[in-house]
Design a protein around this ligand. Structure first.
Ligand code: NAD
Length: 292
């Protein structure tokens, strides 16, 4: 099934994801409010659309990769949006990182129009999107997850059905909690090493090979020490994600003290004008706390 895909939101992540689907033989019709974002899809053989309706009316599957909950609500639930234009039976896969409760609402309203809905946020960053090696965490009906497996195989490497509607977003929130915390601690390690007169590059190389090792230390330690903070994943987006994390914690009635502290650091970075930097740029706010 599902050879025809409507793809909405072709930014840092959605752009290369749509290109990979077109390259894999899917008929991809893209829509983005920022029209130049469609250029890479058309270069890969996809179709650029001027309206949501044109992208989704003939699609078997609609994928959305938008910044946040309000954009997903506008595009999917809004006037002349996906719900108004997709044919019954269409599978809507929202791969954006949004609030779990929004995913549940989209799924419930989708079902009133006979749409099948999955929340399937991703981890792995821009490079994972380009390489088709994303981790994909999907929430929704098992049979819809299986129906999407061909698409997920193109986009990702680790693909897991984690539970009912919204569960994908809860897993993604846990992911962002861990990623933010690791960045904050790697930043503190760099500040400590440099302030103590120790070469941070050499120090982090050892950490990366020991128990403190992580993908973040592996992939980002050199650029952090060199203060290269080109996004990647913007601090602004991680700030949005920490809001999702803390709201989920309140709903689940649990305390996340380290997460709350991480959220404050990310919020401070943004308030100090660093929101457009990669989230590894959290180093700058940690440095400023030490007057460096
Ligand atoms: P982005 O800002 O680069 O892309 C979002 C795209 O959506 C833009 O091209 C924008 O023009 C378009 N858009 C916004 N509002 C729209 C609307 N109403 N209608 C149509 N198009 C609209 O963001 P991104 O980095 O690609 O992130 C997308 C989602 O993926 C976010 O939820 C983010 O948290 C998540 N994510 C990002 C990364 C990353 O490393 N960048 C990694 C994992 C998950």
């Amino acid at each position: 099934m599902s050879n025809s895909i409507g793809f909405i939101g072709l930014g840092i992540m959605g752009g290369p994801m749509s290109v990979n689907l077109a390259a894999a033989g899917y008929d991809v019709a893209g829509y983005d409010v920022h029209r130049p974002a469609l250029a890479q899809l058309t270069a890969a053989g996809g179709r650029a659309c001027d309206r949501i309706a044109d992208a989704v009316a003939d699609a078997d599957v609609v994928i959305t990769m938008l910044p946040d909950s309000p954009q997903v609500e506008e595009v999917v639930l809004g006037e002349d949006g996906v719900l108004d234009n997709a044919k019954p039976g269409t599978l809507l896969i929202d791969m954006s990182t949004i609030r779990p409760e929004t995913s549940r609402r989209v799924a419930a309203l989708g079902s009133t129009r006979c749409l099948r809905v999955l929340d399937a946020p991703v981890s792995g960053g821009q490079q994972g999107a380009i390489d088709g090696t994303l981790s994909i965490m999907a929430g929704g009906e098992e049979k819809d997850f299986h129906a999407a497996s061909g698409i997920f195989e193109v986009l990702g490497k680790t693909v897991v059905h984690v539970g009912p509607h919204g569960a994908g977003q809860t897993v993604k929130a846990a992911n962002q909690l861990v990623v933010g915390g690791i960045y904050a601690l790697v930043a503190e390690a760099i500040v400590l090493l440099e302030a103590s007169g120790v070469d941070a590059g050499a120090g982090l190389e050892v950490l990366a090979g020991g128990l403190a090792g992580s993908r973040i230390l592996e992939l980002k330690r050199k650029s952090m020490v060199a203060r290269e903070f080109q996004p990647g994943f913007r601090i602004d987006l991680h700030h949005k994600d920490m809001g999702i994390v803390l709201a989920a914690a309140r709903e689940a009635e649990v305390a996340l003290p380290v997460g709350a502290l991480t959220a404050q650091l990310i919020g401070a970075a943004r308030a100090q004008g660093d929101g457009g930097l990669d989230h590894s740029g959290l180093l700058r706010v940690v440095e400023r706390l030490s007057g460096r």
